[in-house]
Ligand binder design. Sequence first.
Ligand code: SF4
Ligand code: SF4
Length: 441
Amino acid sequence: MCAKTFKGGIHPHDYKHFTNHKAIEKFPAPEKLYIPLIQHIGRPAVPIVKVGDEVKKGQKIADASGFVSIPMHSPVSGKVIKIGPYPHPTGTIQQVIEIENDGKNEWISELQDDEQYFLLSSEKMKERIQKAGICGMGGAGFPTHVKLSPPENRPIDTVILNGVECEPYLTSDHRLMLEHPEEIIAGLRIIMKILDAKRGYIGIELNKKNAITIFKQMLRDQKNINVVPCMLRYPQGAEKQLIYAITKRKVPAGGLPMDVGIVVQNVGTAFAIYEALRYHKPLIERITTISGEIVNEPKNIKVPIGTPLSQLLEFCGGTSEEICKIISGGPMMGFALPDLEAPATKTTSGFVFMGDKEVVDTTEAPCIRCGRCVDACPMNLLPTFIADKVKNGQYEEAMKLGVLDCIECGSCAYVCPSHIQLVQWIKIGKLEVNKLKSQDK
Ligand code: SF4
Ligand code: SF4
C-alpha cells in the first residue's frame, strides 16, 4: 500500500487499542440534557422555546442567529426546565437549554424518508443541511452549509473526506467507517453534487486497514472517488496537511482549502449530511469515544447531544482508580475539564480519562535551543521564537513569524524536552494579534 503524508509532524502512541475493536453502542437518553447554544464556530443560536414548553424529539429549540450559525434541536421529547449557564466541553461556561426527558421518545412529525433526495437541486440540499444544524464534526465545528457555499470565484473541483482520526485514543470515526460506509459514501456524493466537484477522495490512516479495505471494495468500480491510505503521522488529519498529502496542493499562508479548489469534510459530517437529506433528520446525536487506561469499559457510544459526561462514564463502568485528568477531545488538541458536568456536543469526538501514571510532569525548564519544536512543526513555523516574542509582548514580531498560521496541533509542545507550554503562548499570541488587527480596521 503506497501511503501519503506531509512534512513535519510527530508519531505519538495512538492508544486506539482500547476501543478500535468495539462496535458502537447506543446510549439510552438520560433524564436531563443540556443543549449548549454554541456548539460551532460562529454566532450562538438563539432560544425559541421558554421554560415550561413541551418539546418533541428533533424539534428546533434554538434558531441560527445569522449565516455563520446553526440551529439546535431537542434530542428527546420532554419539557424545557431551564435556560442558563452551564459547563461546556471547551472548559468554559456557556448558555444551555436544559430539557427533562419524558421517556416517550416522541418524534416531530416532519421526519420522513425521502428516497428521491439526490434529485434535489444543490440549493435545496444546502437548505436541508442548514435546517438540520450540521457543523464540522471532526472538532472544528464550522457550519457545514457555509463551507458548502464558496464564492463564485472559488470553484471547487475536489472534495476530501477526512477519515484520518489521528488524535490518540479516538476511534469514533473509525467505527463509523466500519459500520456505516454506504451512508458516508452517499454523504460524499451529496457534497460533490452541491459543489459540482468532479473528484472525491477518502483519506484514511494506515492504522485503520479494515476501513480502507471496506471502502476500496465498495468503490472499486468508481472512477471519480478514490480511497487514499495515509501514513501514521500526527497531525495527518489537519486540513492543510491532508490536502497536501493527497493532492500535493499547498494552501497558502492565511488561506483556505477553497483557495486551491478543495473542500474537506469529516466522515461523521458526511454521515450527518446523508441523514439530513434522506430522512430530514436534524443533528441530535453523534458517535463519541470514552477511553483511557483507567476507564473500566472503554466504548464507542452513540450519544444524544447534551448528555452529561458523568452519565457516559457511568455507562462505561466508571474508572478503576482516581481520575487525574479529563480531556474533552483527544490529548493533543483537546481541552482539560475540571469535572464531569460538561455535556457531549456536536463536535465531541471523545473524552479521555487519565490516572496518576499517565499524567506526566510538565514543570517548565529553560529552552535548550534543541530545535525539536521546529522540526516537528507541520506549518514550518519557529514555535520557540514565536513563544519568546509573545512572552515579551512583541506581538507584531510574532505576527511576522506567522503566529496566525499555527493550527494549534500541539506537536511542538509534545516534543519539547523542556516542557515549555508553546501552544499556550502561541494561543495568547493569536488572540493579541487578532486584537491588534481589529484595532487597525
Ligand atoms: S507552532 Fe502551531 S502548528 Fe507548529 S507545531 Fe506548534 S502547535 Fe503545531
Ligand atoms: S523543543 Fe523546547 S527546548 Fe527545544 S528549541 Fe523548542 S522550545 Fe526550546
